[in-house]
Write a protein that binds this ligand. Structure first.
Ligand SMILES: O=C1O[C@H](COP(=O)(O)O)[C@@H](O)[C@H](O)[C@H]1O
Length: 244
C-alpha cells in the first residue's frame, strides 16, 4: 500500500473547490474506462462545502450522474428530515441538483425506516450485499478533532467489529448518540480514500495521524485505520496542516 499523500490549500473555500474538481475528474475517468463508480460520502462542515462545489462545477464536467452510485460511510440514526442527517445535507447540497437517480442513492436507515439502530445497521449491510457494492471509487471521510472517521470514535467498541460491514453505535460521544457506521473492513474496500479536513481545531488530530515517529493506534486516532488500495490523500487547508 502506498504512502499517504498530503495536499494543502490556502483556506476552506479553496480546499472545497479543489476536492470537488478532483472528484468530478475521477468520476469522469472511471466512466471513460467503463466503470460505474460507487462513491462513499461523509457529513460535516467541509463535506457540505465540497458538495456545494460539486453542484456548481458539475455542468462543466463530463460526469454522467445517471451512472454514479452513492453510499454513505456513516449516518446519524434520527428522523429522515432531521437537519443532523448526513444524507439530507448531501441531497440539498448536490444530489438533487446533479440528478443522481433515486435508485442509485443508498441512504442509511433512519428512525422512520428501521425499528432500532441495530436493525438499521443490519439492513444497510444487506443493501450493500444486494447491490454488489464491492469497492468505492472514492471514499470521502471527514475527520473529527478527536481523530474519528465515519462514526468510529476513539476508544469505542465499534472500532473492534471485524466480522461485519456495518456497526450500530449507541454511545457516540458526539451527538446524536445513535449512529450507523461502516466498519474498517468496509471502509477499506476503496480505491481512493480522501480525508477532508479544515480548520485549526483538527490540526492536532492531523499531526497525530500523519506522525511518522510516533504512529498512533486506531483506538487513539481511528482515521489511521482507513487506507485506499490505490491512494490515500489528506486534503487539508492551511489551518488543519498547521502542526505538520
Ligand atoms: O459526526 C460526524 O462528524 C464528521 C466530521 O464533521 P465536521 O463537522 O467536524 O467536519 C463527519 O465526517 C461524519 O460523517 C459525521 O457523522
Amino acid at each position: 500500500m502506498s504512502a499517504a499523500l498530503v495536499e494543502v490549500h490556502p483556506d476552506a473555500g479553496a480546499l472545497a473547490t479543489a476536492i470537488a474538481g478532483e472528484l468530478l475528474a475521477r468520476l469522469a475517468d472511471a466512466q471513460a474506462q467503463g466503470r460505474e463508480p460507487q462513491i462513499g460520502l461523509t457529513g460535516g462542515t467541509i463535506a457540505d462545502a465540497v458538495h456545494r462545489e460539486v453542484a456548481r462545477l458539475s455542468p462543466g464536467s463530463e460526469v454522467d450522474w445517471a451512472r454514479v452510485v452513492v453510499w454513505w460511510g456513516d449516518e446519524r440514526f434520527v428522523a429522515p428530515d432531521d437537519p443532523e442527517r448526513n444524507a439530507g445535507q448531501a441531497r440539498a447540497a448536490f444530489l438533487d441538483a446533479v440528478g443522481v437517480p433515486a435508485a442509485h442513492v443508498h441512504e442509511m436507515p433512519s428512525t422512520a425506516t428501521a425499528a432500532d439502530v441495530g436493525t438499521g445497521a443490519t439492513a444497510y449491510a444487506s443493501e450493500l450485499r444486494e447491490h454488489g457494492a464491492g469497492e468505492f471509487e472514492v471514499l470521502m471521510l471527514g475527520v473529527g478533532p478527536d481523530g474519528h472517521v465515519a462514526s468510529l470514535f476513539p476508544g469505542n467498541a465499534a472500532l473492534d467489529v471485524d466480522d461485519a460491514v456495518t456497526v450500530a453505535v449507541t454511545d457516540s460521544p458526539k451527538p446524536p448518540p445513535e449512529r450507523i457506521s461502516l466498519t474498517f473492513a468496509a471502509l477499506n474496500r476503496s480505491r481512493s480514500v480522501w480525508f477532508l479536513v479544515s480548520g485549526e481545531g483538527k490540526a492536532d488530530a492531523v499531526a497525530r495521524a500523519l506522525s511518522e515517529t510516533d504512529v498512533p493506534d486506531v483506538h487513539e486516532i481511528p482515521a489511521v485505520g482507513v487506507r485506499g488500495s490505490e491512494e490515500t490523500v489528506w486534503f487539508l487547508d492551511r489551518e488543519a496542516a498547521s502542526r505538520l
